[in-house]
Structure formats: structure tokens, C-alpha cells
Design a protein around this ligand. Structure first.
Ligand SMILES: NC(=O)c1ccc[n+]([C@@H]2O[C@H](COP(=O)([O-])OP(=O)(O)OC[C@H]3O[C@@H](n4cnc5c(N)ncnc54)[C@H](O)[C@@H]3O)[C@@H](O)[C@H]2O)c1
Length: 434
């Protein structure tokens, strides 16, 4: 099929490139001229495992980049909207990019088109987009609007696109829904075809549920610390119950990234707006924020007064395998440590170019061990595999003091203790069972 994807960020670029790889002809559009120019040269502006190769394989054959939305729409049978929907001032989703994109798409429609909204949007937006298209499209143009929320995870986005757990499609017109489902046919995923409101709700409700799951286990982990239980063991035991499941269930520094915090706030806002206020969701975000504060307290407790101390920080991105720094715990934790007088030496395998622009007053180091050199403590903020494989003896030799505060429970306390480290994780730090 001939497709276009409006918005070439984490979702749009991955979706467009993977659709091209599946055999469709795809034009990716963005208003960001520098981004488009870079993509035209074959340079992928974000870090996402496997993406660069897919872009390289398809660019100029089935995958094209442009800033001209109208031209892309005219050539496409199906137009995906994948623009950003950042948080607004009161927590609501800021939908101005979607509205702007819909206006340009509407004016460019000739004949029949299917417009698919992939951005995460407030419930009812499929109809809002329909209204905009009706008011901007020429009188003889016809179209259907379809909701197709995206569930990919940064860091494994390509894999998620080719092997999704589900494809959710919301539409008034079943034929339009089936045509969108046909785009995904090669990935052979379970497809839910439903009404637009339910499809839109699936996205928010799923993200808020996952954030709640993390906040729940974080509260349990805080109690584990008080009563001498190990939250990692607790999660293991709980996860054996298939109704609970062990996935996305780790205590630590809480959720971050461009989606979870903003989607929880947006759903909470919708609840208030429609007179069905949530009691759970404000707590989810409060606990999330509390984890970052608790970590800073833990560092102060264990390292002593931070004035003049040097702290090594491993991991800056909000999770491994991405350079996305949006809502990363590091953005709250590092300024708090600096404010307390600490000098910071940081390392992240891929996020440092992004971090440099937003986290000032930090010494960025070329390797993990270099960051650790001479530090009074090592803090782990992102659970990169590279850190897991560190030679503990070399780490101990690099640090001034063998203290590790592990915000992601990356290490086994007993293993660190055996190498002579003082170690604190989140919700554990109890005696090793041996
Ligand atoms: N990032 C994720 O993991 C993820 C996962 C699922 C869903 N989503 C949702 O998908 C949407 C996109 O997220 P993202 O992370 O890809 O955002 P992003 O910020 O990485 O990229 C969005 C892109 O849209 C472009 N853009 C904005 N307005 C435009 C317009 N009018 N015309 C053309 N381009 C325009 C921006 O320049 C930017 O390049 C959001 O609604 C988000 O909530 C994101």
C-alpha cells in the first residue's frame, strides 16, 4: 500500500521504516527540517536498536522523507498521524500538533483517504480529527478516520513493531478498519477491531495500569526495607501467579520516558473533566516522584554529607537501549545531588549527547570505569547490560570508596558484598541467604 506517516519521531520513524520493510511504500513527513535533511542522508537522529539498518535497507526504494505534508498525503492511500502530544499545563494532552497535522491533511485530500491516528490522544479525538477534515477538505473529498494507538516500547521498538502483542483499531467504518488491519497482515498479530473511543481508551488505560503496577511494587519495596524483606524475592513469588505476572514489575526509580508520566496525567485529567475523577492515578504519580526523592535520601544517608564528595553516575536515559531522556529519573536526581554539593561524573552508553544539552554541571566520561575513578560512591540509574557485566574488582579499584547505591536492583547484594562493597538497592539490602 502507499502510506504516509506524519511525524518522524520515535513512533513515526519506527512505524514508517518498518512498514516499508514489510513491503509498503512509505513517505515519512516532519516539520523539523533538520531531522528530515538528516534522514534523507540516511542518518537516523535517534538511537533505537536495529532502526538504522532498516532505514538504510529501504531508503530511496520504498521509504522516503519530506517536509511537504500535502504532497505526501496526495500520494497516499492511508495517512498515519504520529506527531507528539506532550503534556499541557494542567496535565491534559496537548493536541495542537494533531490538530495542525489534521488541518494540513484535510486541505490536501483528493478522492478517498483513510486517516489513521497513532498519536496518544484524549478519548474522542478520532471524531475531532473527523470534524477538522470535514471543515478543511474539498467538498468532493471522502475519508474515514481510524484510531490505531501504538504500543511499541522505546529500546525494543523495531522488535515490537514486527511482533506486536496486539493491533488495536477503532473505527466507525469496518471496511476502513479492515484496510488498516491489512497493513499489519505480515506481522500476524492478534487484531482488536472496536469503536474509536474504546481504542483510544485501551492506550491510556494500558499505560496507566503499567505505571500503577510499578508504583505499587515501589510502595511494597519501601515497606520491604522497613520489615527486612527483599522486594526482588517478593516480585519473584508474586509473578508466579499468572494473574499478576512478573513482567514490568521491578522496584526502583519509577517510570519515566515520554509516555507513562504524561499519559497518567492526561488520563487523570480526563477523569476530572468527565466527572469520573480517579483516586488511584494521583497516587501513582506521587509514589513515582517519591522514589527519586527516596533515592537521593539514601545516597545522603550512605555517603554522608555530599558537599565536596564525588559521585559516579551510571545511566542517564530513562531506561536501557534508548537515548531518550524525557522524564528520566536522572533529571530529578542529578540536580538534587548537585544542590547538596556533590561533584558528578556520569556515563551512559548512548544518552550522553542528549544529556549534555540538558544536564549541566556534570563531567561526562568516556567509559563507565572512568566515571567511577576516584568517586566516593557509584549510583546506578539505568539498568544497562553493560553495567551488569562490569568487572567488580576493577570497579572497586577505580572507586575511592566501595559504595554502590543501585536504583535499579541491577546487582545481587551478596555478590557485591563478597567483593567487599557496601551495597544498597531498592527494597532489599537485607542479609544474603546462603
Ligand atoms: N515514544 C514512545 O515510546 C511512544 C509509544 C507509544 C505511543 N507514543 C505516542 O506517539 C506519539 C508520538 O510520540 P514520539 O515519541 O514519536 O514523539 P517525538 O517527539 O519523538 O516525535 C514527534 C515528531 O512529530 C513532529 N511533528 C510535530 N508536529 C508535527 C506536524 N504538525 N507535522 C509533522 N510533524 C510534526 C515533531 O517534529 C517530531 O519529530 C505521541 O502521542 C506519543 O504519546 C509514543
Amino acid at each position: 500500500m502507499k502510506l504516509s506517516v506524519i511525524g518522524t519521531g520515535y513512533v513515526g520513524l519506527v512505524t514508517g521504516s518498518c512498514f516499508a520493510d514489510l513491503g509498503h511504500q512509505v513517505t515519512c513527513v516532519d516539520v523539523d527540517k533538520a531531522k528530515v535533511a538528516s534522514l534523507k542522508r540516511g542518518k537516523v537522529p535517534i538511537y533505537e536498536p536495529g532502526l538504522e539498518e532498516i532505514v538504510r535497507r529501504n531508503r530511496g526504494r520504498r521509504l522516503f522523507f519530506t517536509t511537504d505534508t500535502a504532497a505526501a498525503v496526495r500520494e497516499s492511500e492511508v495517512v498515519f498521524i504520529a506527531v507528539s502530544t506532550p503534556p499541557g499545563a494542567s496535565g491534559e494532552a496537548d493536541i495542537r500538533n494533531v490538530i495542525q497535522a489534521a488541518k494540513v491533511i484535510g486541505a490536501a485530500i483528493r478522492g478517498y483517504k483513510i486517516i489513521v491516528n497513532k498519536s496518544t490522544v484524549p478519548i474522542g479525538m478520532t471524531h475531532v480529527v473527523g470534524d477538522i477534515l470535514r471543515s478543511t477538505a474539498p467538498p468532493d473529498a471522502t475519508f474515514d478516520v481510524v484510531s490505531n494507538p501504538e504500543f511499541l516500547r522505546e529500546g525494543s521498538a523495531v522488535q515490537d513493531l514486527f511482533k506486536p502483542d496486539r493491533v488495536v483499531i477503532g473505527a466507525e467504518n469496518r471496511d476502513a478498519a479492515l484496510r488498516v488491519a491489512a497493513i499489519y497482515k505480515p506481522v500476524n498479530a492478534p487484531v482488536l477491531i472496536t469503536d474509536p473511543e474504546s481504542a483510544e481508551m485501551v492506550k491510556y488505560a494500558s499505560n496507566a495500569f503499567l505505571a500503577a503496577k510499578i508504583s505499587y511494587i515501589n510502595e511494597i519495596s519501601n515497606l520491604c526495607e522497613k520489615v527486612g524483606a527483599d522486594v526482588v524475592q517478593v516480585v519473584k513469588g508474586m509473578g508466579m501467579d499468572p494473574r499478576i505476572g512478573g513482567q514490568f514489575f521491578n522496584a526502583g526509580l519509577g517510570v519515566g520516558g515520554s509516555c507513562f508520566p504524561k499519559d497518567v496525567m492526561a488520563l487523570n485529567h480526563l477523569g476530572k473533566r468527565y466527572g469520573a475523577p480517579f483516586k488511584i492515578l494521583p497516587g501513582v504519580m506521587e509514589v513515582n516522584h517519591g522514589q527519586r526523592l527516596a533515592f537521593v535520601r539514601k545516597v545522603k544517608d550512605l555517603a554522608g554529607p555530599l558537599k565536596g564528595k564525588t559521585l559516579a553516575v551510571w545511566g542517564l536515559a530513562f531506561k536501557p537501549n534508548t537515548d531518550d531522556m524525557r522524564e528520566a529519573p536522572s533529571l530529578e536526581i542529578l540536580p538534587a545531588l548537585r544542590k547538596a554539593g556533590a561533584k558528578l561524573r556520569a556515563y551512559d552508553p548512548v544518552a550522553m549527547p542528549v544529556a549534555r544539552k540538558i544536564l549541566k554541571g556534570v563531567t561526562y566520561c568516556a567509559t563507565a570505569l572512568e566515571a567511577a575513578r576516584g568517586a566516593d560512591a557509584l549510583l546506578i540509574l539505568t539498568e544497562w547490560n553493560e553495567f551488569k557485566e562490569t568487572d567488580l574488582e576493577r570497579l572497586k579499584a577505580a572507586l575511592k570508596r566501595p559504595l554502590v547505591v543501585d536504583g535499579r536492583n541491577l546487582y545481587e547484594p551478596a555478590a557485591l558484598a563478597a567483593h567487599g562493597f557496601t551495597y544498597a538497592g531498592m527494597g532489599r539490602g537485607v542479609r544474603p541467604i546462603g
